[in-house]
Design a protein around this ligand. Structure first.
Ligand SMILES: *Cc1c(COP(=O)(O)O)cnc(C)c1O
Length: 243
């Protein structure tokens, strides 16, 4: 234990200073758009990072975490002490619905009615209310998951909103991977408009989460209305393996 104090302290300080820098950039972006900066939550995406990095991030004050694989999340977070919220941000296979229902507070990557149905059954059997976001493919890239059109999304929403054990809280997207900032902004503004439209049509539901923005594009996302940015490298440094 003793030998770990120094490196962990350093990691914690590094993460804390990155978190403060990120916060400042979010605040500036929100203010540029006339938004309240306090309405933007920051998630630490810890995929591929060891549990020591999670603990260091917690020590630095982070309390919202994202993982993209059920099994990796299980290995890292099961039994991890502390007060935090854990979300799944990667694709969910139907045969992982049970451990997902046990482990996560929110599944952000619902892109099929069938997946939502499987998660619904498991959440009901655990007596749990699971938050979900519907993932939208805003990039047009075939490799990305998510509902692909407004119609597909609205039909999916209608089917999923009625499922027991689930609460549809909003939308999520991974923006286009490109240096073309106009394309990125267009993707985010299109999704934000859809989000507002759905939100207005569901006045009784808490449809209030718009999860968009990663390390390379979170300021654009905040300017366009994001309420949750998902940050890996900007908070924790470069990932060794690609997930
Ligand atoms: C990896 C990942 C992130 C974070 O990526 P960075 O570019 O490191 O900030 C966010 N969202 C999802 C869905 C991811 O898979």
């Amino acid at each position: 234990m003793v030998s770990l104090v120094e490196p962990q302290g350093l990691a914690r300080d590094a993460i804390a200073s990155r978190a403060a820098a990120v916060r400042e950039r979010i605040t500036a972006a929100a203010l540029r758009a006339g938004r309240d900066p306090s309405l933007v939550r920051v998630m630490a995406v810890t995929k591929t990072f060891p549990v020591a990095a999670v603990e260091a991030a917690m020590a630095a004050g982070m309390d919202l975490f994202g993982e993209n694989r059920v099994q990796e999340a299980q290995e890292k977070f099961t039994g991890l002490a502390g007060r935090y919220e854990l979300h799944l941000v990667g694709h969910l296979q139907r045969n992982k619905a049970r451990p997902a229902a046990q482990l996560f507070r929110c599944v952000q990557s619902i892109d099929k009615v069938e997946t939502a149905e499987a998660l619904s059954r498991q959440s009901v059997s655990l007596g749990k209310a699971m938050d979900v976001l519907l993932e939208v493919n805003t990039s047009g890239e075939d490799s990305k998951s998510g509902f692909r059109s407004r119609d597909e999304l609205l039909r999916g929403l209608e089917a999923i909103a009625g499922l027991a054990g689930l609460r549809v809280r909003g939308l999520m997207t991974v923006g286009p991977l490109t240096g073309d900032q106009d394309r990125v902004r267009k993707a985010f503004s299109t999704l934000a408009a859809l989000f507002r439209e759905i939100s207005a049509s569901r006045p009784d539901a808490a449809f209030d989460v718009l999860s968009m923005g990663m390390s390379g594009d979170f300021e654009i996302a905040v300017e366009e209305g994001s309420t949750m940015v998902r940050l890996g490298t900007a908070l924790l440094g470069e990932r060794k393996a690609q997930a």
